[in-house]
Design a protein. Structure first.
Length: 110
């Protein structure tokens, strides 16, 4: 059972390792148009094989880390201060959807 879980997480990680650009923002809380536009304009994440992430999610991330679990369906991004951003994640070859408490963001592979 552990081998299957490891393999499924590894496959999700392989799809995640790349650069992603925000294409859509769906707010779950009160989010101003200007805040939404900042996410659309600046929103980009780059995930590396060694578990690091940089870019702009809900704020800039210059030296963050990430952990993918639950067969690639759960992603926790931590910024450089250790603040966690837990998300439900959907990862395909060309699209990444991160569904957080505040917002649901769709990314396209670049």
């Amino acid at each position: 059972m552990m081998a299957v879980l490891f393999i499924s997480c590894h496959k999700g990680r392989n799809k995640l390792v790349n650069a992603w650009k925000v294409t859509e923002v769906e707010s779950k809380i009160s989010l101003s148009d200007s805040a939404k536009n900042v996410i659309l304009t600046n929103g980009m994440l780059t995930f590396t094989e060694d578990g690091h992430v940089t870019g702009y999610f809900l704020r800039p991330i210059t030296d963050g880390t990430y952990a993918l679990s639950n067969g690639g369906k759960s992603l926790v991004i931590k910024d450089e201060t250790g603040t966690p951003f837990p998300c439900e994640s959907t990862i395909t070859d060309e699209q990444l959807i991160l569904d957080a408490k505040e917002v649901k963001i769709t990314f396209k592979k670049i």
